[in-house]
Every structure is written in C-alpha cells, then in structure tokens.
Design a protein around this ligand. Structure first.
Ligand SMILES: Nc1ncnc2c1ncn2[C@@H]1O[C@H](COP(=O)(O)OP(=O)(O)OP(=O)(O)O)[C@@H](O)[C@H]1O
Length: 212
C-alpha cells in the first residue's frame, strides 16, 4: 500500500558541496509539519525543492512522493502542490472574483458553475458579495483570505506555507491561521509550514522539524 500524504524520502540538498538541508519524513493527510530554523538555514529552499523550482545552484538527491506517486521529476504545474507566501499578491488589475477564477481548477466547467463555486468560496472565507471589489480596496487580512482560497480552488494535494502569517496583525493572524489549518484538515491535505514564529508552530499543533 502506498503511504498517503507527502513523503520526503532521504532528501539531501547541497550548495557548493555542503549539505544545506537533510530530511526524511512523512506528513500525513491533514497533518502540519512545521519547519523552523535560523535565517539562511534552507527553509525556503526545501519548499522550492518540493514544488519543483529549485535553483540550479543547488543539487538535490532523494524523492518527493505524494500519496504514493513519485513527483520528484515532474514539472511544478504537474505536481498539484499549492504554495502560499508571505508576500502573496493578488492580481491588482483583476477583481476579487476574477482572482479566484484564475485559481479555479480547469475541471470546473461552464460559466454558471464557475460563478457558483466562486460565490460559495467567498462565503467560506466570510467575504460574500466581494466578487466585484478591487483587491486594493481589501484589508490585509481579507487579501490573505482571498489568496488562500485562490490556492485551495486549484485543488492542490498538499500545501506549502512560507511565513504566510507574518505580515498580519495578531488578531487576523489567529483567524487566518485557524482558517488554513481547518481547511487543510477538512480536505485531508498534508501541510509543510515554514515559520520563525513559535506561536505558528503551537497553533499548528503538529511536529516541528528543525534545520540548522
Ligand atoms: N538562488 C540562489 N543562489 C545562491 N544561493 C542561494 C539562492 N537562494 C538561496 N540561496 C542561499 O541558500 C541559503 C538558504 O536560503 P533559504 O532562502 O532557503 O533560507 P531560509 O531558511 O528560508 O531563510 P529565511 O528565514 O531568511 O527566509 C542561504 O544561504 C541563501 O543565501
């Protein structure tokens, strides 16, 4: 039986011959593995490796396996791994609804069905009726919720989060954090969370992998 979730199998990432990252682990569906470590320890590099955008200055060995399928050599768009960054930007020239439509998986066909999905997605993040708004009229927390939902609509099979909460004030941070972890659990998605903040790790409630 293939192991469900996101498996990093004997992954070693090197730069200039030196080992930067070494990890071997399985993140189960709905589980959050928090990756912590000082600046420059390779946290973002590890996420680049998992999504398939590792810079050529690095060399890597090992395998990335998602729900039993080896995705190590697939191009990023074929991996079905969603990523959310600290500086997650919405397209400023598109409305909130169009931004979500951009994320919506191609398997959702027909304009009425696509519109219905977007309306229901906006309800899920407490932004019903916001479809026609310009992103620059939203607060930071509202933008973060739209960015999260845009990623979820693409039907990823795993989530990677690179300091996605660090720009939010404490109250919004708690809200968005809860929303992300609830959605990941509800959809059974394995999550890799990169953060400097021990409060993020505590909220995630899962295991912590330290890079030095
Ligand atoms: N494209 C690149 N070319 C050369 N070196 C790079 C490149 N990208 C990252 N590095 C180096 O690799 C190391 C790891 O960087 P990385 O961004 O993964 O660290 P990090 O742990 O995410 O840091 P931070 O917490 O500051 O974001 C750093 O020393 C960085 O300078």
């Amino acid at each position: 039986m293939p192991e469900p979730g996101l498996t990093l199998e004997n992954v070693i990432i090197r730069r200039d011959g030196h080992v930067l990252v070494e990890i071997s682990d399985n993140v189960a569906p709905g589980e959050v593995l928090t990756v912590m470590g000082p600046s420059g320890s390779g946290k973002s590099t590890l996420l680049s490796y998992v999504i398939g955008t590792l810079d050529t200055t690095f060399s890597a060995q090992g395998r990335v396996v998602l729900n039993g399928a080896d995705i190590t050599d697939l191009p990023p768009e074929a991996r079905h791994v969603g990523i959310l960054f600290q500086d997650e930007l919405l397209f400023p020239h598109l409305s909130v609804g169009q931004n979500l439509a951009f994320g919506l998986h191609a398997s959702v066909k027909g304009r009425p069905e696509r519109m219905r999905r977007i309306e229901s997605a906006l309800e899920d993040i407490g932004l019903a009726g916001f479809a026609d708004r310009d992103p620059d009229t939203l607060s930071g927390g509202q933008k973060a919720r739209v960015a999260l939902m845009r990623m979820l609509l693409s039907a990823p099979k795993a989530l990677l989060l690179d300091e996605p909460f660090s720009r939010l004030d404490t109250e919004r941070r708690d809200q968005i954090r809860t929303l992300v972890f609830e959605q990941a659990r509800a959809k059974g998605l394995p999550v890799l969370l990169v953060t400097h903040d021990t409060a993020d790790a505590d909220a995630a409630g899962g295991r912590v992998h330290r890079l030095d």
